[in-house]
Ligand binder design. Structure first.
Ligand SMILES: Cc1cc2nc3c(=O)[nH]c(=O)nc-3n(C[C@H](O)[C@H](O)[C@H](O)COP(=O)(O)OP(=O)(O)OC[C@H]3O[C@@H](n4cnc5c(N)ncnc54)[C@H](O)[C@@H]3O)c2cc1C
Length: 397
């Protein structure tokens, strides 16, 4: 098979890129290893309302719930609730969401090759994507887009992985006592070292998940559910559904283009550095990728032409990635005692007002900057030794 663009991966990023490029009139093939798009899915499915609006994706039947508030459970102090009273995010059915994007790509003219796994990539003037499982054994293309998730084979084969770092996650669905409009986030080094655990309602069920930078996520999740003083009372010991484990990459840990190859979505590390949500950031950067690709395909999509993609991503998200990674580095190293102090700060009225004023579900840089600017006023309530302990991680480039 010979096409203009071979897109490896039929997740949201791959389908979104395919739709845009097919609409430009290019011949596009989407290569997806599974029998259907969106299955299996491993995602809490929390996606910002404003982000979807910006992407011009109208909420569909895949919206399972609407989140108005978040409750943060510090390691060992009282929970803090944050809300502006309005719906900030949807909880989505990822399988149905992905299928809608795939349908749109197919309607625009893209060919979907299911049960077809990419097993290799031969680079050159006309890259060849090696396949197994489906009717084709290879696809030749003028441009290959790696949309094949965090462990991207395209990224590896094209030599684009620099120093990949991942967050390890596990999640299942069950019945739990959580308000329908509230997501609950649980912090503590013994439960979720380096990240947090979540209880996110989906209507009838609740997604119970956890991320960790250090340990086995599944083992940690089971221990969290069984022993956390609050979460264990909320999660009913009933059926466990859709148990899954997955990786989430860190931004800026891979190159995102080379001659005739681009990476999008998780394959490119395009996620929010603080919470690691990847749907909005991935799709927003995919839009940039498709614009650059469409332009480059007018002649030869060489690295020189595709460099505009990285420039566009850095212009839109660069400062956000860089600051977010620094703040994450501090957060990952915090002791439970220090986390408790941070959440104590969040209970103060003036700090809550600041957070509510600057909070943006999809863009955390604005809030982080506002907090850093106000830091001298907030610092007296944190001990100096704490500040010094972490400041080098914040300042390190
Ligand atoms: C537990 C967990 C919870 C999360 N929660 C959220 C959340 O609440 N909000 C949010 O925004 N993000 C969340 N994320 C992140 C989000 O799921 C990803 O950012 C998003 O799925 C990235 O989309 P993608 O299209 O880049 O990759 P993927 O969704 O991973 O899609 C990649 C596709 O490529 C296919 N593929 C892979 N390798 C091959 C191959 N060799 N050949 C053919 N096909 C291949 C896969 O089958 C898959 O269909 C979560 C992630 C995890 C693990």
């Amino acid at each position: 098979m010979r096409v203009d663009v071979a897109v490896v991966g039929g997740g949201p990023a791959g389908c979104f890129a395919s739709e845009m490029l097919a609409k430009h009139g290019f011949e596009v093939a989407i290569i997806e290893e599974h029998a259907e798009v969106g299955n299996p899915a491993c995602c809490a499915g929390v996606v910002g309302v404003d982000g979807l609006r910006e992407l011009k994706i109208k909420p569909g039947k895949w919206v399972l719930g609407k989140l108005r508030r978040a409750v943060f459970y510090p390691p060992s102090s009282e929970p803090v609730e944050i809300t502006r009273g309005k719906v900030e995010a949807f909880v989505i059915d990822r399988a149905a969401f992905d299928r809608e994007l795939a349908r749109k790509a197919a309607n625009a003219g893209a060919t979907l090759l299911l049960r077809t796994r990419c097993v290799g990539l031969k680079l050159g003037r006309e890259p060849v994507v090696k396949l197994k499982g489906g009717s084709e054994t290879e696809v030749r293309a003028r441009l290959v887009i790696g949309a094949d998730g965090p462990a991207s084979i395209v990224a590896r084969e094209a030599g684009l992985l620099k120093n990949a770092r991942y967050l390890k996650c596990a999640q299942f669905e069950t019945i739990a006592e959580v308000r329908a409009d509230t997501t609950e986030l649980y912090f503590g080094s013994s439960f979720a070292p380096g990240f947090f655990a979540w209880l996110t309602p989906t209507g009838d069920l609740c997604r119970v998940g956890l991320g960790t930078t250090r340990d086995d996520a599944l083992r940690k999740l089971l221990s969290f559910v069984g022993t956390h003083p609050t979460a264990s009372t909320k999660v009913q010991s009933g059926k466990i559904l859709n148990l899954c484990a997955g990786l989430i990459p860190e931004p800026l840990t891979r190159k995102i283009y080379t001659d005739r190859v681009m990476l999008v979505g998780d394959a490119a590390g395009h996620v929010k550095p603080l919470t690691r949500g990847g749907v909005y950031v991935g799709l927003s950067c995919t839009q940039l990728a498709a614009e650059v690709a469409a332009d480059a395909l007018g002649s030869e999509p060489t690295a020189k032409k595709l460099r505009a993609y990285e420039r566009a991503v850095m212009k839109r998200f660069g400062r956000e990635f860089e600051l977010g990674i620094r703040v994450r580095r501090v957060f990952e190293r915090m002791t439970d005692e220090d986390l408790n102090s941070i959440f104590e700060l969040l209970k103060r009225e003036d700090v809550q007002a600041l957070v509510l004023k600057h909070f943006d579900f999809d863009h955390h840089e604005k809030l982080l900057r506002a907090l850093l600017i106000k830091a001298p006023r907030l610092l007296p309530s944190l001990e100096l030794k704490r500040i010094l302990k972490y400041s080098r991680y914040l300042l390190k480039p």
